[in-house]
Design a protein around this ligand. Structure first.
Ligand code: ADP
Ligand code: SR1
Ligand code: MG
Ligand code: MG
Length: 417
């Protein structure tokens, strides 16, 4: 009975906990004194232990009843571990090559044990800061997103399955509410959570809060985020949620997972690549250095979108024998009408993705939870310059997204800032 009650772990308690869960203890091999346990959580939310034993290794992740980067003053539901476990399982079903396998989930303890993405895997954001090229990244991430989004949507599922899946993830309310607050509201108002490079960006922040066109856009995006039940999203698909080597890509941390608009995941990945692009001046020895690397980042944005669109369409075409309920074959009964439906769908998704990408960039510069790409730039004037370019790009992206008709135009806009 005791074992079923929630208690926060530390390294010692984690070891005792693992000793009580036979399949995990067996996986590690030897006995608890042989296990090497280290807390490595560098995210904003949870505690993560890497455990290495004589036979094997694992990662133990526990949610605490608050937001880690703020502290106990911001209470947060433990249920996020349940939604993370469910999403990891679903993603593993759809794309096992890109997701760490779950070994164990303990609901009362809010604990997940999963496969350790071993070194040389590192967090993508850290690789981008170091200027490392990942030649398979666009291919892998377009695989991950096209499959997870397509196969959880009404394009692949019948209405019953789609509604049931949506209902199950719909209860991740607290996490959605957090996102609504920190991405779609606080950056556009005065809020104690907000932070920016001051005084350098004071004027930029004032202008942002007075930009009524931008506020009209963010209102639309917020409504889409809150109201659109399109597909099972990862929900926090930034470059800190992706672990990489040159040949392997693993997506972790889907605790914000819910049924929402596909563009929110696509936009998250694109936004974080663009932030990495603008931060390069802060990491190169000379201003304007790392030109080749910046070129690679933009090429990756382009390859990602192009491959995503092609793979998503391929799944759609392939599913014609057993389609979901979105496009009934008797109605979509000619190549012309299918082509038109697909074209409209992809145009809307592109526009959504750009809007969400912009929103995600803005929050990382003026709101809570900044990104290491920019935060690690020690010279504040250089950092502010990078941030201003990113902010201006995001404002244009959000306002002009309906007029942008290709990824090449988006890259031109990024380069123009
Ligand atoms: P949070 O929800 O707090 O952001 P994450 O799931 O992102 O927590 O994990 C925090 C850190 O723990 C990651 O940045 C990564 O370094 C490490 N980590 C998490 N899961 C794994 C894993 N399966 N394999 C290796 N390292 C991991
Ligand atoms: C309190 S905001 C914390 C942020 O970290 C998570 O990874 C999400 O991005 C969230 O918005
Ligand atoms: Mg994380
Ligand atoms: Mg997380």
């Amino acid at each position: 009975e005791e074992r079923r009650k929630y208690r926060p772990l530390d390294e010692k308690a984690a070891s005792e906990y693992l000793a009580m869960v036979a399949p995990l203890a067996e996986r590690l091999g030897g006995s608890p004194q042989d296990w090497n346990i280290k807390e490595v959580g560098d995210g904003n939310m949870n505690f993560v232990y890497i455990v290495v034993g004589p036979r094997g290794s694992l990662v133990l992740k526990q949610a605490l009843p608050y937001v880690r980067c703020v502290g106990e003053s911001w209470a947060m539901t433990l249920e996020r571990a349940y939604f993370e476990a469910n999403a990891l399982r679903k993603e593993f079903e759809l794309v096992p090559e890109y997701v760490p396998e779950i070994f164990h989930f303990d609901h009362p303890m809010a604990v997940i044990a999963m496969r350790y993405c071993e070194p040389p895997h590192i967090i993508l954001r850290k690789g981008l800061i170091q200027g490392i090229v990942y030649p398979r990244l666009a291919d892998h991430m377009s695989d991950f997103t096209s499959k997870t989004l397509f196969f959880s949507s009404l394009l692949a599922l019948d209405t019953h399955k789609h509604k049931m899946a949506a209902a199950q993830s719909y209860a991740n309310v607290e996490m959605c509410r957090l996102t609504e607050q920190v991405i779609f509201s606080e950056p556009y108002m005065e809020a104690p959570n907000n932070r920016w490079t001051s005084p350098q960006l004071d004027e930029d922040v004032r202008a942002l809060r007075e930009d009524i066109e931008l506020k009209a856009e963010i209102a639309e995006l917020k409504a889409r985020f809150c109201e659109r039940t399109q597909a099972l999203l990862h929900g926090d698909l930034h470059t800190g949620s992706i672990m990489v080597t040159e040949t392997s890509t693993k997506v972790i941390d889907p605790e914000f997972s819910f049924y929402g608009p596909m563009g929110f995941d696509l936009g998250a990945f694109i936004a974080n690549l663009i932030l990495a692009y603008y931060s390069q001046d802060g990491h190169s020895a000379t201003e304007g250095g790392r030109e080749d690397y910046r070129g690679w980042i933009l090429q990756t944005v382009s390859d990602f979108w192009t491959s995503f669109a092609a793979k998503f369409k391929r799944e759609w075409d392939r599913s014609r024998d057993s389609p979901g309920d979105a496009y009934v074959p008797a109605v979509y009964n000619s190549p012309e009408v299918i082509e038109l439906a697909q074209k409209r769908f992809m145009e809307e998704l592109f526009c959504d993705s750009l809007g969400f990408a912009a929103a995600k960039m803005i929050r990382r510069i003026v709101g809570i939870a900044h990104v290491e790409d920019l935060e690690s730039i020690a010279n504040v004037d250089v950092r502010a310059k990078c941030e201003r370019r990113a902010l201006n790009c995001a404002k244009l992206l959000m306002k002009q997204r309906r007029k942008l008709s290709s990824i090449a135009e988006v890259l031109a806009l990024v380069q123009s800032q």
